[in-house]
Write a protein that binds this ligand. Sequence first.
Ligand code: NDP
Length: 398
Amino acid sequence: MKKKQIAILGSTGSIGTQALKVIDEHRELYEPYVLTANNNVDALIEQTRRYRPEAVVIANKAHYRKLADALEGLPVKVYTGEDALCQIVGDAGIDMVLVAMVGYAGLKPTMNAIRARKPIALANKETLVVAGELISRLALHCGTSIYPVDSEHSAIFQCLAGEGNNPIEKLILTASGGPFRTCTAEQLAVVTKAQALRHPNWEMGAKITIDSATMMNKGFEVMEARWLFGVRPEQIEVVVHPQSIIHSMVQFADGAVKAQLGMPDMRLPIQYALSYPDRIASSFPRVDFTQCTHLTFEQPDTSRFRNLALAYEALRRGGNMPCIVNAANEVVVDAFLHDGISFLGMSRVIEETMGSVSFVGTPEYEDYVATDTEARRTASELVKRYSLSDSSMKQISK
Ligand code: NDP
């Protein structure tokens, strides 16, 4: 049987490396055909030597020379830059594109992969947050399938298998609640980056880990679900389930609820996206129900976790508003990771950016690009202003 040739965009990240572990378990079925990274050139060199893909791309051009020199003599094509990343997804040899890059940067390569009619395993949720309507329309037009990798959406996808057109009453997205689930507003005001990076259940890249701590991640997942499953926003409910054993649920028109359960391990949803519609064996840990006797559920608190409320608001307002939220969020998360803003300051900047950037009701691709630029500029200025006022407050209090 011909092996499925996989392009992994973002092979050096958390999802990318776990995808390679899935492939390691099934070398008779899958082969990495393209591997890509942004800055982590050493990891990309090591992966290339090990897997011998057809081609590799390093997005940041500053690292090209080092990559090309290290791989000289190997039968691997070496490219660099955003354009190369966007072009490579159309390579005739690719059977599936796993989009495991983080952030807005994933949008354009995903659009190109859809246009090239490559089945897509989508981890990069920002693509659907920014341009869900456009992506859905494009995928429908090109007849391209998008398989969810995010564990919640994979759970819903698994619950829907075999249900045909049976009407959905609602989707129930579970949320761990993150490391600050039980913190008071006063405690949230002083939490640190190190605390925010310590997720109780999942090991993930830095950006999504902070998004989980602020619950913006869940807001993004609501948007993602809206576009992946074609439901109305009011049909999507978020329930905090701290054990992360139930990955999400579907309630049908007759009141029946289907859930997908498993250990918090991204390899399962990654593998399901690669193997769909088949289920193949895996060595991943199994749920031991005698060890998890407490599965609990609570309502999310949108007054303490403002980002979830802001995400719902953006979805309700539609147009380019989710794109504004995404850009502002990328700016503030980066600032938080560089000690440039406080935990609660992040929501403040996002909310003000939502109120400042020009609204576009029915955006096309160019509008998203312009919105992203304007929202980043606005959010960056606000971050500067707040970090200055924060530091002058500290000066005064000294
Ligand atoms: P990581 O930060 O661990 O990895 C990101 C990957 O994208 C790296 O390979 C990185 O390269 C590459 N990359 C970053 N910026 C660019 C850029 N501008 N151009 C090209 N490549 C770039 O992220 P995760 O793996 O955690 O997350 C990836 C995506 O999957 C995100 O959208 C996230 O929301 C989603 N997701 C992640 C989950 C998880 O468990 N991690 C769960 C569900 C969804 P380099 O290493 O060189 O910087």
